[in-house]
Write a protein that binds this ligand. Structure first.
Ligand SMILES: NC(=O)c1ccc[n+]([C@@H]2O[C@H](COP(=O)([O-])OP(=O)(O)OC[C@H]3O[C@@H](n4cnc5c(N)ncnc54)[C@H](OP(=O)(O)O)[C@@H]3O)[C@@H](O)[C@H]2O)c1
Length: 434
């Protein structure tokens, strides 16, 4: 049986999972690829660190050239993270004709143009299923399952840490800090959770999906990104009273040739499938112009689920490599001239809104709020006033709006938040009824 020689960068959480899966499923993988997939070399930050699994034949080094300069290595798997060195590893591997697999969503999103253009230029076999939604094979669904459809929408809950925190807040009434602390204790959140709770990780993954779904390169800096740190238990409670659950959603859609993409906390109707995705789980919704909506659900992170996606790419790419059939191109497009696509500015986005005002409890306030909103073309679908908890303290007035232009809402809130009866800045959360 032909041996496929693999060099792996990183033997941490995901790298360790891949080593174990290739060992545990070795006979099955031989039957499925007609080859023997063997990791021969690994590069890590600290080569002398003990590993919680048997290294077997793997030689370990701290020098990237140990793999990159070895002409015998057929496949490079990058599971190291970070952008600078990881990018160099990918670009050099493309040039030397090595098949490449990565789980590095930060790199793919922030350097989309450089990485994908180089992959096309060198006709590289590049797999990155593990970069988005862990074990859920969403990239394969877009590239192959929906290969005949025009994708109209991609949305999802694609960060398990943020979803775990929001679920704890909503089921146990905890505030953000307490829920974050528990997520860290249980190992669902990193010591530095910034990328997860500020929406950056969700945005990285959404951008990768958008490039495939809408065919082209998007600029990560154009993608509107807002995290969950300002969500308060009172918002979760009021939203629940109106039949909504608050989720950190990444959503992109193409309407009339224009692509809209955004990441922010969103009120989702409780009867929608995405509303019932709890804890560290992920779910992705795709809509094709003929398929209609498809929702996939599963584990979005962790050693084994992420390894599953890496090894699936390995099987798929080794089959293509060995049979010399025409590969499925990285972004599903045959052309080497990748289009650069602009995102619709956030100001032009239409949405429904949840607006929670903290106001002094006095005559005329409600009339003034509705007057200013009306003067910015914002009409109200429903409202509720929460009685004050302390004598003389501010009260909450919550409006659910009909669809309005983001620019109008931002302008209206700028005006309203300066009025003397406003006690605290207004909390605005977008509502997605679809
Ligand atoms: N964890 C997940 O559930 C998950 C899910 C999806 C995608 N990902 C992505 O997968 C990648 C790896 O994540 P992970 O959680 O497995 O990370 P991790 O546990 O921190 O492991 C990182 C590995 O890379 C090595 N490394 C770090 N810097 C290096 C350098 N400069 N040169 C050589 N080796 C270096 C480390 O070496 P030492 O072991 O010697 O320190 C370690 O083995 C990241 O891009 C991440 O975003 C992770």
């Amino acid at each position: 049986l032909k041996q496929i020689k693999i060099g792996i960068f990183g033997l941490g959480t995901v790298g360790g999972g891949v080593v174990e899966q290739l060992r545990e499923n070795r006979e099955l993988l031989k039957a499925r690829t007609g080859t023997d997939l063997v990791i021969l070399k690994a590069v890590v930050a600290n080569p002398s660190k003990p590993r919680p699994f048997d290294l077997g034949p793997i030689e370990v080094s701290g020098d990237p050239n140990f793999i990159l300069d070895d002409p015998e290595i057929d496949v490079v798997i990058e599971l190291m993270g970070g952008v600078t060195l990881a990018k160099e590893i990918l670009l050099r591997s493309f040039v030397s004709g090595k098949t490449v697999i990565t789980a590095n969503k930060a790199l793919l999103a922030e350097c989309a143009e450089e990485v994908f253009e180089a992959a096309y230029e060198h006709h590289a076999l590049l797999g990155f299923e593990a970069a988005v939604a862990g074990a859920i094979p969403v990239i394969r669904v877009i590239k192959e399952g929906l290969a005949g459809d025009r994708i109209t929408e991609v949305s999802g809950i694609i960060n398990g840490t943020a979803n775990y925190i929001l679920t704890s807040m909503s089921k146990k009434g905890e505030d953000f800090q307490k829920a974050l602390g528990k997520a860290q204790e249980k190992g669902y959140a990193e010591a530095d959770p910034t990328f997860d709770v500020e929406g950056v990780d969700t945005a990285h993954k959404l951008l990768v999906l958008m490039c495939i779904a809408f065919g082209g390169i998007f600029d990560f800096k154009e993608l509107y990104t807002e995290g969950i740190t300002k969500i308060e238990p009172v918002d979760i409670e009021i939203a629940a009273g109106f039949g909504y659950v608050i989720k950190l959603l990444g959503k992109a859609k193409e309407v009339g040739g224009k692509v809209e993409g955004r990441v922010h906390p969103t009120l989702v109707p409780e009867d929608q499938m995405l509303a019932s995705v709890d804890g560290a789980f992920n779910a992705v919704k795709l809509s094709g112009n003929f398929s209609g909506p498809i929702v996939s659900y599963g584990r979005g992170a962790g050693a084994r689920p992420t390894a599953s996606a890496v090894v699936a790419d390995l099987v798929s790419l080794v089959r293509q490599r060995e049979s010399e059939t025409s590969p499925v191109p990285p972004l599903s497009l045959m052309s080497e001239k990748l289009k650069h696509r602009k995102l619709m500015p956030m100001a032009e986005v239409l949405s429904e809104y949840y607006l929670r005002f903290s106001v002094e409890d006095k005559v005329g306030v409600l009339a003034e709020l509705t007057r200013v909103l009306g003067s910015h073309n914002i009409s109200i679908a429903s409202m509720i006033q929460r009685s004050r908890s302390e004598e003389g303290g501010p009260v909450f007035v919550v409006f659910f709006t009909h669809e309005a232009l983001e620019r109008d809402v931002v302008e209206a809130l700028k005006t309203l938040d300066q009025l003397p009866f406003i006690a605290q800045p207004t909390r605005m959360i977008r509502v997605d009824p679809s």
